[in-house]
Design a protein around this ligand. Structure first.
Ligand code: EPU
Length: 309
């Protein structure tokens, strides 16, 4: 981004724009170097306007939601990061059934819990998922037997330029933790999503949420992490493979493989992206040696990694 482009952005966005902002605090792992520019949007309309302006000015950007599935390099991100706080939520019930439409910056877990409190079931699986609706749409987030592919009715996708298209789960080409938007990020930006719900008893919905939360607490660590680091390979579990390769407790600096669950990598405080990356590489190498399996990252490596060791 050149000076003229930056001046233009300052003029267009005023106080919503901050420069040279450390991204660690915007991620669940609390790691990440600076963004040249951070642009905060607080509604679906602000998100749309920001993307359209940036495309028009030919300035590179990436949308950051809950920062729960990304490892941002220590060097940070050149260009603009759009911090998505488009958190509108609308519940609809009519003769076609029940659904919730949420801005892509709404936290998925919060949408799921609010639905349960109204006696609207079907999204309980998502109540403990960190991250935003937009991130979940892109990554086909899932837990406890549910996933976005099963819950999504339609997502509104802003197209390069300014058109908005409605994509169904089929059109998103969903696969395990993947979608057309994940494999081809240039396809568009998620503005909102409508998710299926079903009328149920409030107590039933809340009990399911509590059971899933208890199961998560039992099996997953509470420290700063990115959730599951690797996808489960077909027919096996990344956590089991890492565990039985003897990798639990391995560390570089403050980055450590959880003793509770092998597929969770924790930042104990002050960890760097380079340390985390070294741990990822170690886990991949050892699991390949011991089990002959190539683990595939579930989290996305983001930013400038050219200076990383
Ligand atoms: N296991 C071990 N050692 C470990 C960890 C797990 O042997 O250190 C074994 C467990 O005993 C179990 C199996 O591996 O037999 C699977 O473990 P778990 O039930 O904890 O589920 P997971 O496959 O590791 C998946 C999702 C999670 C989701 C949970 C609960 C993936 C990669 N992970 O975990 O999603 O919360 O199921 O539904 O699909 C995420 O995607 O970020 C995430 C947290």
């Amino acid at each position: 981004m050149n000076r003229q482009q930056l001046d233009g952005l300052r003029e267009a966005f005023g106080e919503a724009l901050q420069e040279d902002v450390s991204l660690g605090p915007y991620t669940s792992i609390r790691i990440g170097g600076p963004a040249d520019v951070l642009l905060e949007v607080r509604s679906i309309e602000e998100l749309r306007r920001a993307c359209v302006e940036l495309w028009k000015r030919e300035i590179d950007f990436r949308v950051l939601g809950g920062g729960s599935n990304v490892l941002i390099s220590d060097a940070g991100i050149r260009g603009v990061v759009v911090l998505n706080k488009a958190r509108e939520v609308w519940f609809h019930e009519d003769d076609r059934g029940s659904r919730v439409r949420a801005g892509s910056g709404a936290m998925l877990g919060s949408v799921a819990r609010r639905s349960a409190e109204r006696g609207l079931g079907g999204l309980e699986w998502a109540a403990t998922i960190p991250g935003t609706v937009g991130g979940a749409v892109v990554g086909n987030a899932g837990a406890h037997g549910g996933c976005m592919a099963d819950s999504l009715i339609v997502a509104e996708i802003l197209q390069h330029g300014d058109g908005v298209e409605s994509w169904t789960a089929d059109e998103l080409n969903y696969a395990y933790r993947s979608s057309r938007l994940k494999t081809d990020p240039g396809r568009g930006v998620v503005l909102s999503a409508s998710l299926k719900l079903a009328r149920s008893a409030v107590e039933t919905c809340k009990r399911k949420v509590q059971e899933f939360a208890a199961s998560r607490e039992r099996t997953q660590p509470s420290g700063a992490s990115m959730g599951s680091m690797f996808k489960n390979p077909t027919g096996d579990y990344a956590g089991r493979l890492i565990d039985t390769a003897g990798l639990k407790g391995k560390r570089f600096g403050a980055a450590v493989i959880s003793e509770k669950h092998g597929n969770f990598f924790i930042n104990e405080g002050g960890g760097t992206a380079a340390d985390m990356k070294a741990l990822i590489d170690l886990a991949r190498e050892r699991v390949a040696e011991v089990h002959g399996v190539q683990l595939e990252l579930e989290v996305e490596l983001v930013g400038d990694w050219s200076t990383a060791g």
